[in-house]
Design a protein around this ligand. Structure first.
Ligand code: FAD
Length: 538
């Protein structure tokens, strides 16, 4: 019999959402937290800029709401935007009280940065390593909590639902109930059963679906894929944000040069040395990210160059070094002194706006399954995320999902009736080349055909190719003993197909989804989310 764990709550993922949620429920419930590598490894750990939140007297909730709605291009859910903006400051203060060392203006006030799309200074940050500082404090608190058991190197494969009962009942939408997850212990190679009355997905986004991404290797969309396979509704997967400025250097590909650098006064130049943003938007370098990314894409396509350049040479060198110590050091490692050299940059996949659909309380369409952070589609971002709204959303929804979990009592799982993980008939393969080849194929296909600028022809071609790859991967998955690489390949292939299907669904250009066949927004599609679910096809 495979190892079996029982707790009140199972948390999948240890970024800001998973850790904050855990700390909010752990006083009253026992928690198992599974995470696929070491605890800190997450998108959160790489966040540089900060958390958008209203602290300045010159700012207001209304202004933050308006900026978010404007970036979201007619798809934000206004009620959710208002909730997130209003609940943010208290939760940022929670982090301060837990010991997060945010940069201060003076002894009493937070230093507030400014980023693209924000009409006021409102980015709370810890120099340029905000995410790392948040992870440091949250991981420490979670580790010390007696009600929490952390399982590192444990990768969740699939959720446990009625589908895993030895005797499967007929199901209607709304009937599905989550009882935990099957999880691969990477150290033993065994699949373990984690049973829980409630489960929360906080497994982050899916940047790894694309060849070029700012996201670390963990970001393979596992949480979204698991929920979708189990029958949850997912939404707005066509809206992938590309960060306009990642370092383009052979030894430091996809290292992010934060938006805060442009907020600080850096300008963009093409290879000829000309500043070009004035051709695209009156807000210049501080236009929203999609506009800056498309402008760079257009400059690169027109010139055939591999990079455009960020220029900080006109700014004070000491202030640059003290404001951006990580970026300064990382660039120096590849012989770029950002105070005196131009920084070569290109766009890369950065943020997943869509995800598992959540209501205002963190509930998914599956009973006893909650979601928070980048895995979720709450309605905050709409068609485009405003910079630094994601850490904020993760805090607010982790807190909301935690309060909802505590207020809803679900029975213990009928664990004796649930079938164990069945790997009969599978074998260990030495054909790993198939996995690495397919992985590269999916990521290249997505980069080439489903990137910053799309067209119906390219999307349809991508659809045909991904269907073939999906069948190949599923076939391989059924015959082969489960492994981390295979789990992730299966998930990025599914995520790629969800992104393509959603993009094909949306016959307009809006926010991050730009297609040359429908270059304008269609007013009839305002407030229309793209929703996908497997349930109907079962
Ligand atoms: C380079 C970079 C800079 C950014 N800068 C900012 C910023 O300045 N401001 C801002 O608001 N946002 C920023 N973002 C976005 C923001 O960091 C993320 O949206 C946010 O951190 C997501 O938090 P999360 O907890 O949802 O997911 P993550 O932090 O990605 O955590 C996901 C966790 O789930 C685990 N996991 C995944 N799959 C599995 C599985 N199958 N089984 C077990 N565990 C699993 C991972 O190991 C990880 O622990 C940035 C992102 C990047 C990549």
């Amino acid at each position: 019999m495979s190892p079996l764990h029982k707790s009140d709550i199972l948390v999948i993922g240890s970024g800001i959402a998973g850790l904050f949620y855990t700390l909010k429920v752990a006083e009253q419930r026992s928690v198992s937290l599974v995470t696929k590598k070491e605890t800190v490894e997450s998108n959160t750990n790489y966040a540089q800029g900060g958390i958008a939140s209203v602290f300045s007297e010159e700012d207001s909730f209304q202004m933050h709401v308006d900026d978010t709605l404007q970036a979201g291009a007619g798809l934000c859910h206004r009620d959710i935007v208002e909730i997130v903006v209003a609940e943010g400051p208290a939760l940022v203060e929670d982090l301060l009280n837990m010991g997060v060392d945010f940069t201060l203006e003076d002894k009493s006030a937070l230093h507030l940065g400014r980023e693209g799309g924000h009409s006021r200074h409102r980015i709370v940050h810890a120099k340029d390593f905000t995410g790392r500082e948040i992870e440091r404090v949250l991981v420490e608190s979670v580790r010390q909590h007696p009600n929490v058991t952390v399982y590192e190197d444990h990768i969740a494969i699939d959720l446990i639902t009625q589908h895993n009962l030895a005797k499967k009942p007929p199901l209607q939408p709304g009937d599905i109930r989550c009882w935990g997850a099957f999880v691969l212990n990477k150290l033993t190679g065994e699949v373990e059963q984690f049973f829980a009355n409630s489960t929360v997905i906080t497994a982050g986004g899916c940047g790894q679906v694309y060849l070029h991404t700012t996201n670390p290797e963990i970001a393979t969309g596992d949480g979204i894929a698991m929920a979708y396979r189990a029958g949850a509704k997912v939404g707005n997967m066509e809206f992938i944000q590309f960060h306009p400025t990642t370092l383009n250097h052979p030894q430091a590909r996809s290292f992010l040069i934060s938006e805060a650098v442009r907020g600080f006064g850096a300008v963009l130049r093409n290879r000829a040395g000309d500043r070009f943003m004035d051709k695209y938007d009156s807000r210049l370098e501080l236009a929203p990210r999609d506009i800056v990314a498309r402008a760079i894409d257009s400059e690169l396509k027109r010139s055939g160059d591999e990079s455009v350049y960020l220029d900080l040479r006109h700014l004070n060198a000491n202030e640059i070094r003290s404001s951006f110590p990580s970026i300064y050091e990382r660039c120096l490692q590849v012989n770029i002194d950002i105070t005196s050299d131009l920084i070569p940059v290109v766009p890369a996949a950065h943020y997943t706006c869509g995800g598992v659909i959540s209501d205002a309380h963190g509930r998914t369409s599956i009973n006893a399954l909650y979601v928070a952070g980048e895995s979720a589609m709450t309605g905050l971002h709409g068609a485009n995320r405003l910079a630094s709204n994601s850490l904020l959303e993760a805090l607010v929804f982790a807190n909301r999902a935690a309060q909802t979990t505590l207020s809803e009592a679900f029975d213990a799982p009928p664990w004796e009736a649930i079938s164990e993980w069945d790997d009969n008939g599978t074998y260990n393969t030495d054909e790993w080349v198939l996995i690495s080849h397919n992985r590269k194929e999916v990521r290249t296909l997505m980069w080439d055909y489903v990137g910053i600028v799309r067209s119906s022809l390219r999307l349809q071609r991508a659809r045909r190719r991904i269907e073939l790859l999906k069948n190949e991967v599923e076939d391989f998955y059924k015959r082969t003993s489960v492994s981390e690489k295979l789990i992730q390949l299966r998930n990025i292939t599914l995520l790629a197909s969800l992104i393509i299907d959603s993009a094909l669904h949306r016959n307009e250009s809006r926010g991050l989804h730009y297609t040359t066949d429908f270059p304008a927004a269609d007013p009839a599609l305002e407030q229309q989310d793209t929703v996908l679910s497997t349930f109907d096809s079962r």
